[in-house]
Write a protein that binds this ligand. Structure first.
Ligand code: CDM
Ligand code: ATP
Length: 280
């Protein structure tokens, strides 16, 4: 049977503002997504019997709840495809860290199985399907760094200079839904432009809320700020800081307190998934 190994990259939110709220409670955002050349790997093997299985994946995520399995089932339902798949997920992206790991895994499965099953859906259709699984899935489907509005699904592709980032996971799991419902979250940011972001405007509105509730994240931000300008990604708990070279980043990590996890990665405009699919 045909098998395909595909990357599921992590993302950073270079800034994240909330400008309002929809009637259904979902928040309206402004954010800038960039991909990292760091992520999970997903192996997809086609099954003729129509079953979807996940023989390997995140230990604490049950198979039926895994976003990869949910993505495969959704694609099957929507297209009436009678093929199935085995999905091996090699997790590297810390979970609940604001790096979008689950969403990226889901997008990789949608794109990969759409190809292997010959479903013929285009990116618009896959992004619409993906949005039903999570607000962050569409950007991973489209695979281009983007300025995002709406709940994160109104995407305008942007070109960004390639930069290195130090990323730190303080080994704290921050539940996204809980953070979005925090009473002290700023929800009335005035809209900004990409030019204003490049001029230095923009912050992450979750940062003060997370720092207050999770002292370990506050410690990590304070530690990284001693070397470079540190900021939270998504709703945390990971933080990042731009550095001028991979070497500079690794030097910072030499001093990383052993209780945290850190890595250096390049921010890329075209997602590693998109780059890989061009060659398939
Ligand atoms: C924080 C970000 O990662 C920034 O990129 C995303 O906005 C979150 O995206 P995600 O993890 O895919 O989130 P989802 O799984 O869609 O939503 C989790 C929960 O967060 C809240 N949520 C999410 C996105 C949004 N724009 N407004 C919200 O209020 C909702 O309560 C939702 O039930
Ligand atoms: N394949 C998967 N990988 C990671 N998490 C998954 C997966 N499938 C389901 N989940 C669930 O989704 C939750 C959020 O995981 P994820 O790593 O996407 O968080 P996150 O990086 O904070 O996301 P975001 O930045 O989109 O808020 C996990 O705690 C887990 O219960």
């Amino acid at each position: 049977m045909q098998a395909l190994i595909l990357p599921a990259p992590a993302k950073l939110n270079l800034f994240l503002h909330i400008t309002g709220r929809r009637a259904d409670g979902y928040h309206l955002l402004q954010t800038l997504f960039v991909f990292l050349d760091f992520g999970d790997d997903i192996t997809l093997s086609v099954r003729a019997d129509g079953e979807i299985h996940r023989p390997a994946g995140a230990a604490d995520v049950p198979e039926h709840a895994d976003l990869t399995v949910r993505a495969a089932r959704l694609l099957q339902q929507e297209t009436g495809c009678r093929l199935g798949a085995d999905i091996h997920v090699q997790k590297r992206i810390p979970m609940g860290g604001g790096l979008g790991g689950g969403s990226s895994d889901a997008a990789t499965v949608l794109k990969g199985l759409n190809h292997l099953w010959n479903c013929g859906l285009d990116d618009d259709a896959l992004a619409t399907l993906g949005l039903r699984l999570g607000a962050d899935v569409p950007v991973f489907v489209r695979g281009h760094a983007a300025w995002a509005e709406g709940v994160g699904e109104q995407l305008t592709p942007v070109e960004l200079p390639t930069k290195w980032y130090v990323v730190i996971h303080p080994r704290v799991h921050v539940p996204t839904a809980e953070l979005f419902s925090a009473p002290d979250l700023t929800r009335d940011c005035l809209p900004i432009t990409l030019a204003a972001f490049h001029d230095g405007q923009g912050s992450n509105v979750f940062q003060p809320v997370v720092e207050k509730r999770y002292p370990e994240v506050a410690n990590a931000i304070s530690w990284l700020s001693g070397f470079a300008e540190a900021r939270l990604t998504g709703s945390g708990s990971c933080l990042f800081a731009p550095v001028s070279s991979k070497g500079k980043g690794n030097k910072i990590l030499q001093n990383l307190p052993p209780e945290w996890f850190g890595f250096v990665a390049q921010g890329v405009t075209m997602s590693p998934l998109q780059q890989r699919l061009v060659t398939v």
